[in-house]
Ligand binder design. Structure first.
Ligand code: MLT
Length: 331
């Protein structure tokens, strides 16, 4: 009996090793889209520390930054199929797999870090987590708060929508973000995250948008000069786990994953508040020029909300979902 059990476990371990999965592994792999020094990295580091402490060192979480384990978009499938354990990635890169999550990327819905936190740590976040399990086979166990996505480019200061004309802007392969730029009068270039730095460097595109902390950790300041302080999307970057792998874990490990995710979420929020301003100043010291959108961003807000929101009511689960978010945020 003992022999049989050992053989079964050995065979299982061998077959899991072949697929790279780790249902019974002691070391879990955590893919991270961004570089060390990013908000994703800070949150994942906290997750690792908390998870390892909660399992009494029995389990480890090994971090792989810079898309070493695959592009952000492909890690969703890898986690779902069980060939990867965890992934930290921008929510806009999950939306193609679970469209209701797009509510967090609708332009100008989230207007502050505090609102982002209220949404993802409350009932809305819970429902979105259930939806990603249903649609994409991945469970969100924690959130990174990375700040508003500001627009950067290598050509000129941009303050108005007229200034935007003629610029080639990279966006994630995300329909809502593509539609936002179209509402602002240009056709953006959808491109995978992993290709973005080189495309900026080789001037295949002139600009992109991402939060200050991401611009800095990905060294975009070396290939971009101008920043526009737009606030159309607050960047939320969940840590996901393959649902099948999660379900295979004993109850104490599942609890450790969920508790570590909560701790890392709280840590990430404080990290953003403590870090963003310093990083913005560092980017200016390194030569970036920051502009505010003219007239308090009114033109940008009006065009994006009027044209984009109605287009995506169906994919986010109906207009009532947006009405609920407004209610939760006290609007
Ligand atoms: C993107 O622009 O694709 C994402 O925001 C990248 C990231 O993970 O920071």
């Amino acid at each position: 009996m003992i022999i049989k059990k050992t053989i079964t476990h050995t065979l299982l371990a061998a077959s899991l090793a072949m697929t790279g999965a780790s249902a019974f592994a002691t070391n879990f792999k955590v893919a991270i889209g961004d570089a060390e020094g990013s908000a994703q990295w800070a949150m994942a580091t906290k997750f690792k520390e908390a998870f390892e402490a909660k399992t009494g060192g029995k389990h480890k979480a090994d971090l792989f930054p810079n898309e070493q384990l695959g592009g952000e978009e492909t890690t969703v499938n890898s986690a779902s199929m069980g060939t990867l354990d965890f992934s930290v990635l921008a929510v806009n890169n999950i939306t193609p797999f679970s469209p209701t999550v797009g509510i967090l990327t609708l332009p100008y819905v989230i207007q502050s870090a505090a609102e982002a936190k209220t949404l993802v740590t409350g009932e809305v976040g819970k429902e979105l987590t259930e939806n990603t399990i249903r649609d994409a086979g991945v469970r969100i166990v924690g959130w990174t708060f990375t700040g508003f996505r500001v627009l950067t480019n290598s050509k000129k200061p941009v303050k108005t929508l007229a200034d935007l004309k003629g610029l080639k802007i990279r966006v994630p392969k995300n329909e809502i973000m593509i539609a936002s730029y179209q509402a602002w009068g240009i056709n953006p270039t959808p491109m995978a995250w992993g290709e973005t730095f080189t495309a900026l460097q080789q001037r295949v595109v002139d600009g992109q948008d991402n939060p200050y902390i991401t611009v800095s950790s990905m060294k975009f300041n070396e290939v971009q000069k101008y920043v526009t302080n737009i606030r159309y999307v607050f960047s939320l970057e969940p840590i996901i786990v393959g649902e099948a792998m999660f379900k295979k874990q004993p109850a104490d490990v599942q609890k450790a994953i969920l508790d570590a995710g909560k701790e890392a979420t709280a840590y990430s929020y404080d990290y953003l508040l403590k870090t963003e301003d310093r990083i913005r100043k560092e980017l200016v010291a390194k030569g970036m020029e920051i502009s505010d959108p003219a007239d308090g961003e009114k033109e940008w807000i009006a065009k994006a909300t009027t044209a984009v929101w109605p287009k995506f009511y169906k994919s986010i689960g109906g207009k009532e979902k947006l009405d609920r978010v407004a209610k939760v945020l006290g609007r």
